[in-house]
Design a binder for this molecule. Structure first.
Ligand code: FES
Ligand SMILES: [Fe+2]
Length: 382
């Protein structure tokens, strides 16, 4: 891994004083509440793929800390994110995780205020009898939504950082993969007994790979890792596979034909980028893997791991039979990671643990911690 890099104009250099965050950053309820307020309610979050809302009226609800958001596709094809809160007296409107709003109406169960898919208030029984009541003034509160490469992101802030600025380095970088054309081929779901930051940290370093992932280390030795990006919310790089035509599978051979127009060096590279704070994005030559992280509490996280393939591959039984090897490989590798993340969560609670020291292979984690401290306004804890 590169030892020197720039993050928002600051030069980071490896030195032996790169200390980890204090243990309470992984256990304190107060810090977790601050992280919700200053990170999860403010930054761009991955929520789903566009294909998960295929037709008008299709919705998903997304929980982020205390907030519930309704993601819904309207009649014109646009995706909206509405706060799941009735404008009448604040009732949570929709309790289902996903479904279809019938007749294009989102109806509050309490007093039957009815909203259009775009959030406008369409009917509020008896309210029109009130002098001065203007329906137009009571749409559902909305959150910002953006799509990139078929991924849907939302942002709960009133004035978010520009999406292009946060994801800048990734925009256009993976055009060979034709990301919008890819579809979810498989999904693995995990619940982890650890703080969300430990999952991001684990993803960004391969110091642990030789001991924790013997098979992964065989196909991509940890010294073949290159960090090439540390801009905006994006951190990451790639690992070189030892063999051309290799793959992250049980036998080290490709799981599927190269994705769309992937060629050249990318046929031998596995890319690993985290988009702070909740997306781990990993284009492989033969598929795209991504993780969506959702904090469920200070010591509890949900991690859904998705595999994207071109529909031509998904619709081919022989290809999909072979592809099981990639699913098996990543499920085993994920579980190896979750084991150490959970053990670390336990150890970090010890009253004897103060702060650890990062190795030269983990300098990117030092920068990631600075990003968290900066977001929290805790630079003094450095
Ligand atoms: S709280 Fe929703 S209609 Fe009354
Ligand atoms: Fe790992």
């Amino acid at each position: 891994m590169a030892s020197n890099y720039k993050k928002r104009g600051v030069d980071y250099q490896h030195n032996s004083n790169m200390r980890t965050l204090p243990g309470h950053y992984y256990h304190s309820e107060a810090i977790y509440r601050e992280e919700l307020a200053k990170i999860f309610y403010k930054r761009w979050l991955l929520v789903c793929r566009e294909e998960e809302l295929p037709t008008p009226g299709d919705f998903q609800t997304v929980t982020i800390g205390d907030e519930s958001i309704i993601l819904v596709r309207d009649e014109g094809g646009d995706i909206h994110a509405h706060f799941n809160v009735c404008r009448h007296r604040g009732t949570r409107i929709c309790m289902e995780e996903s479904g279809q709003f019938e007749n294009g109406i989102i109806q509050c169960p309490y007093h039957a205020w009815r909203y259009r898919l775009n959030g406008e208030l369409r009917a509020a029984p008896l309210m029109t009898e009130l002098e001065g009541f203007d329906k137009a003034a009571y749409p559902l509160h909305s959150a910002h939504v953006r799509s990139w490469g078929g991924f849907v992101f939302l942002n709960l802030a009133e004035n978010p950082l520009p999406f292009e600025q946060e994801l800048g380095p990734l925009l256009g970088k993976f055009s060979e993969w034709h990301l919008p054309e890819l579809r979810i081929a498989h999904r693995l779901e995990y619940e982890l007994a650890c703080n969300w930051k430990l999952i991001l940290q684990n993803y960004q370093e391969c110091y642990h790979c030789p001991g924790v992932h013997p098979l992964l280390s065989k196909w991509t030795p940890f010294r073949n890792a290159v960090h090439d990006c540390m801009e905006g919310a994006v951190i990451g790089g790639y690992m070189e596979m030892t063999e051309k035509g290799g793959g992250m599978t049980m036998d080290g051979k490709a799981a599927a034909p190269p994705v769309c127009e992937v060629h050249g060096d990318n046929l031998q590279r596995v890319h690993y980028y985290s988009i702070f704070p909740n997306l781990l994005f990993s284009p492989h030559p033969d598929f795209v893997l991504y993780h969506r992280i959702r904090p469920l509490g200070v010591g509890k996280s949900k991690n859904d791991c998705f595999f994207l393939l071109h529909p031509d591959v998904i619709n081919n039984d022989a290809h999909m039979a072979r592809f099981q090897s990639a699913i098996e490989f990543w499920d085993a590798t994920n579980l190896e990671d979750w084991q150490v993340c959970e053990q670390m969560q336990l150890g970090l609670k010890s009253r004897r643990f103060d702060r650890g020291h990062y190795s030269g292979q983990e300098d990117i984690l030092f920068a990631l911690d600075r990003e968290v401290l900066k977001a929290l306004g805790h630079e003094g804890d450095d």
